[in-house]
Design a protein around this ligand. Structure first.
Ligand code: ATP
Ligand code: MG
Length: 470
């Protein structure tokens, strides 16, 4: 290779972190190459975050070489031959040349190492990820591309270095990685790869939930996730990690030509901003529809699909091993996604307070999801919804200025309630606090005197004799 693409220059600057690392490995008798996503992204003129390096050195040697040099070292990937480290702001993932094969029923790769770069590249997922550049400036055959990755890159094509059946059998996750690269790179799998996915998708069942989750997350936060989601749906691949997707395809209503829920869902995902939480909420917001479909006088109905859907979203995300706080947030967004539409008669202050309180820190995401959940082709309808959302947001803004909406709580705390009523801790205190919270939501902030006198009336109705605030 003659000219070095601009994005690669930093790796060849004398004494750069990358060159220091290569020199250290060389002193230990080992070759090293820039490889994988780093080479691909440099050729596409995209940013490179983690620098992928491959080397003939075994992981224990790599560790010994980087330990005294790197600022930080991480070993989570060591079992699979990967050592991670950081040096002067550059993050490296250093992988020993591989010749790995999955045992057919195992969930984790059985790693075996090889001594040459070509074998390593043949074990990579796609030819566009199977190019390498020697880091030794003295190496004359600097660019290594035995499988035609550069041609495929130019054609924006995903092709496996070996036959796709062998590749996907070795590691079925590669089928999902194909869908991921369809969205993140806008590339297309070749016909052989598609046919292999159609034939072999059940093999994904042997892959661990964590590995699937990480690919799914990368897939759905891409600028335009639709092509990858459609690929998963069309080939049947998603049936093995997100069966809810294709269930939504069955939701056409032939009589009233109700929109296909799957097409709607994928459109909504693409409209939301590319953050994981809201994208997952968009992906799962209507999963309750298939189970709640009914036919009423006005056509098809999906009563309480948001409640059923929130439960299903929770179960699915837990199965995919998403962290609990993210699961809670997404389930809540699914459960609240119709709330806006329940206020058909206009928004009272009390309704606005309840909406804000129930959404809590998810308020902005809930508003965005509600806006994006409108995929009608009827421009007048869409504009009307947009206006009503603007109104609600303006109302929230006004109320926020007048009241501290973020901190809605009863006007009196538990201690003051107990003192006033002259009671010990017990259920009655909780009931009194619930009453005061209701009051706060219904009427807004009340001053202390007013709060005590309302509490007084409430207590007397229950036959209590308050002791008073004094
Ligand atoms: P990104 O870093 O943007 O997520 P990437 O292509 O660098 O994309 P990584 O997961 O960082 O993906 O993997 C680095 C390289 O390792 C890939 O480019 C590919 O060459 C190889 N690779 C990763 N996962 C697999 C796999 N399951 N099977 C085969 N090769 C893989
Ligand atoms: Mg990478």
């Amino acid at each position: 290779m003659t000219a070095v693409p601009a994005r690669l220059e930093r790796f060849f600057v004398a004494d750069s972190p990358t060159q220091q690392l290569a020199a250290r490995l060389r002193s230990a008798g080992h070759a090293s190459y820039l490889v994988g996503g780093s080479v691909r992204d440099a050729l596409l003129d995209r940013d490179i975050d983690d620098v992928d390096i491959t080397t003939s050195a075994r992981p224990d040697v790599v560790e010994a070489v980087v330990r005294p040099w790197a600022g930080a070292v991480w070993l989570q990937g060591q079992r699979f031959g990967t050592i991670g480290c950081e040096k002067d702001g550059e993050r490296f993932e250093i992988t020993t040349f591989r010749a790995d094969v999955y045992r057919p029923e195992s969930r984790k790769p059985e790693v075996t190492f090889s001594d040459d770069i070509e074998t390593d590249l043949s074990r990579r997922d796609f030819t566009v990820n199977a190019m390498a550049i020697a880091l030794d400036p003295a190496d004359n055959d600097r660019f290594v591309d035995p499988y035609g990755g550069l041609t495929d890159l130019a054609a924006r094509r995903l092709r496996t270095p070996l036959a796709p059946e062998i590749s996907f059998e070795d590691d079925p996750l590669r089928m999902l990685r194909a869908a991921r690269f369809v969205t993140t790179l806008g590339f297309e799998p070749d016909a052989a790869a598609i046919a292999a996915i159609e034939r072999m998708h059940e093999r994904l069942d042997i892959v661990s939930a964590e590995r699937i989750r990480d690919e799914l997350s990368k897939l759905i936060v891409a600028d335009d996730p639709a092509p990858g989601l459609w690929l998963c749906s069309r080939t049947g691949l998603s049936d093995h990690f997100l069966p809810e997707l294709n269930s939504m395809q069955l939701e056409q209503d032939p009589i009233h030509r109700h929109k296909d829920v799957l097409a709607h869902t994928i459109a909504v995902v693409g409209k939301t901003s590319p953050r994981l939480r809201i994208r997952l909420a968009a992906l799962l917001h209507d999963v309750g529809k298939p189970r709640t479909r009914g036919y009423g006088p006005q056509g098809v109905t999906f009563h309480h699909h948001e409640v059923v859907g929130a439960r299903m979203a929770r179960e699915r995300m837990l199965a995919l091993r998403y962290p609990n706080d993210l699961v809670d947030d997404v389930a809540k967004l699914v459960e609240l996604h119709l709330r806006f539409h329940t206020y058909r008669m206009g928004w009272t202050d009390s309704a606005v307070r309840r909406y804000v309180r129930d959404a809590g820190p998810l308020l902005d995401d809930l508003n965005e999801l509600t806006r994006c959940d409108c995929t009608t082709r009827d421009a007048r309808k869409a504009a009307a919804l947009g206006r009503r959302m603007d109104e609600l947001e303006a109302r929230i803004g006004e109320l926020r200025e007048r009241e501290e909406l973020a901190k809605i709580r009863p006007a009196l705390d538990g201690n003051r309630v107990m003192r006033y009523l002259g009671v010990a801790p017990g259920p009655i205190v909780g009931e009194a606090l619930d009453f005061l919270l209701e009051l706060r939501l219904e009427e807004g902030p009340l001053d202390e005197d007013e709060s005590y006198s309302r509490l007084d009336a409430w207590a007397r109705e229950r036959g209590l004799e308050p002791k008073g605030a004094g």
